[in-house]
Design a protein. Sequence first.
Length: 191
Amino acid sequence: MNLEEVGKLYTPEKMMETITTREYKEKYVDFEVTMKACRECPNYSKNWACPEFYEDVLENWDRYEHLDLYLTKINFTREALSASYDMDDIEFIINNTLFLERNKLISQLEEEEKARNGKCLSAGFCTVCDECSRITGQPCRYPDKCHNSIESLGGLVSDTLKGVFGEEIKWIDMENGKLPVNLSLLMGLLY
Ligand code: SF4
């Protein structure tokens, strides 16, 4: 599989909703729930964008008034849905659909972050460096490029998709190598 082939497997669909941080915190933030999942992740304490945090990250929900939520749906084609993929193909597809769209949006949100004196919220762990400097106990090399995910600050992604966008989160069937109808990417801007 190559980049050209992956590019033909999906169409991105973008949506945006604005919510006050007060409402978001009340309805969709549960740090204990997300921390439980984070502790089970191989990146826990190995990436500067991820927990364990040394500061009170929940303060972010009180520091800003508004949250723009950006949902990107990676809609797979009929051809993609009818195929079965091995683990290498699935990793290649995730990197060049979900992470590709994430990285494009990060560039846009970094501009907005500067313009509105806000905070960009990404998805997943930070992938700017091949190996995060946290692994060797060194400070972050590019703090301006390191963005927490919504989930790492306690945001419940599945509940947000349902409550704000009326969407259901879907998962890859790893056992059978099957893609879901769509994958979802939730990012945001606090300002
Ligand atoms: S910019 Fe590099 S060092 Fe900093 S969090 Fe990201 S991967 Fe780690």
